[in-house]
Design a protein around this ligand. Structure first.
Ligand code: SF4
Length: 400
């Protein structure tokens, strides 16, 4: 019930942003920049004490790190010296292998020359650019200051500087988005030559200003100009068709890559491989050193809470049923789905048989595919994945 490999991924959160985008529901904010220095110090000390933390809780820490991901927030707002200090602390605490995938998220137009030098000097080989839309009216409406052409120039600049891998994030469901404008964004992403594109559907919840407006009344953030739910589903299907057709093959619900460019770091989350997170709202999953079972823990999701109580982390041992649920709903995010023999190796046969049987029924409706070895969602199934996960896990097995 454990991880598929014995290497470790490291995640580091930098929750600072220049301005809060209206759709954003992450634990990030336009915190005063002067708080950044103390935050970096806190993260450095968290990294330094992580092995003691693991020993105290009986957790196994794989000896080699093969992926690092700096997300946020906007890590590109760090000063070059701060960026270097974070990487120094990671390399001092862990053995980072030479071929590690090292990603930093960045906002277009906010990467200074000095910071780019610091990134390259720190071994960063992948930059994920938060474009969201190449259409200027859409970017402006959600509080972004970049333009489509400035994003393209930024990608060219990063490639010319020697960044090996580039990702572009796009969002389907932004105010003013139409089939035609979305086609324009997708085409720009394709034309830019990036090897990886992430496409997220706008999350409508109480945690963002636009989300709240879409749930309740108001037009200040453009809810009245946002696409309907069914149009968002069409935009998603449009993205799958355009990106797959351009050689960026979908490998996960939200992710598309040219061959050999799938994100190693993100694959860890979906395959339940070990990862260790540092900073605000960072989540971790390691294995219990004795039982081999998964153990999850997370840091506080508000800045003051993190700065004051970084040690007070809830450590949760994942029981067999929870591990089973995770294997299904994380594994089915992958286009290849989950391996039946692997499930049979890790879980009671009755659980696997019941899940495969439900999958066969869903396959009759065109929502899943079932072969001898694998179960997977179809494209139609991916659009309604949440309800499918609910159905697959509805008759929860009794723990054995
Ligand atoms: S979307 Fe990115 S840049 Fe915008 S507020 Fe959220 S974390 Fe910051």
């Amino acid at each position: 019930m454990g991880a598929v490999d014995n290497t470790l991924g490291l995640y580091l959160s930098v929750p600072f942003c220049k301005a809060k985008c209206t759709f954003c529901n992450f634990a990030s904010d336009a915190y005063p920049p002067e708080r950044m220095a103390a935050y970096v110090d806190q993260v450095v000390s968290e990294v330094a004490s992580s092995h003691d933390f693991a020993a105290k809780h009986g957790l196994a820490v794989p000896s080699q790190v093969d992926s690092i991901f700096l997300g946020g927030g906007t890590p590109s707002l760090l000063e070059p010296a701060q960026m270097k200090a974070l990487f120094r602390s990671l390399r001092a605490g862990f053995e980072v292998i030479k071929s590690a995938e090292i990603t930093v998220e960045a906002a277009p137009g906010q990467i200074s020359d000095a910071l780019l030098d610091a990134l390259l000097a720190s071994g960063v080989n992948r930059i994920s650019l938060g474009v969201q839309s190449f259409v200027d009216t859409e970017s402006r409406a959600v509080g972004r200051s970049h333009t489509g052409s400035s994003c393209l120039l930024e990608l060219e600049r990063l490639r010319a500087a020697g960044v090996r891998d580039l990702n572009v994030d796009l969002i389907a469901g932004l105010p003013h988005q139409t089939i035609a404008s979305w086609a324009q964004s997708l085409q720009q992403a394709i034309n830019s030559g990036v090897d990886h594109v992430s496409v997220y559907m706008l999350e409508v919840d109480e945690d963002s200003r636009l989300g709240r407006e879409l749930i309740g009344p108001g037009v200040r953030y453009g809810a009245n100009a946002a696409p309907t739910e069914s149009l968002v589903a069409d935009l998603y299907a449009q993205a799958c068709e355009a990106l797959n057709g351009a050689g960026l093959a979908q490998y996960e619900i939200s992710n598309f890559a040219r061959p050999g460019h799938a994100s190693r770091h993100n694959l860890k989350y979906w395959t339940r491989a070990p990862y260790l997170g540092f900073g605000l709202d960072a989540h971790s999953m390691l294995l219990d050193a004795v039982t081999g079972g998964a153990v999850r823990f997370a840091n506080a999701d508000d800045l003051d809470g993190y700065m004051n109580t970084a040690d007070a982390v809830d450590v949760e041992r994942v029981d067999a049923l929870e591990a089973w649920e995770e294997s299904i709903f994380l594994g089915l995010r992958l286009i290849d789905g989950v391996s039946i023999p692997t499930l049979q190796r890790d879980y009671p046969p009755a659980w696997v048989d019941a899940m495969v049987e439900t999958s066969r029924t869903l396959a009759d409706s065109g929502l899943m595919s079932v072969t001898q070895d694998r179960v997977a969602l179809t494209q139609a199934g991916r659009i309604v994945s949440s309800s499918i996960f609910g159905e697959l896990l509805a008759g929860e097995p009794v723990a054995v």
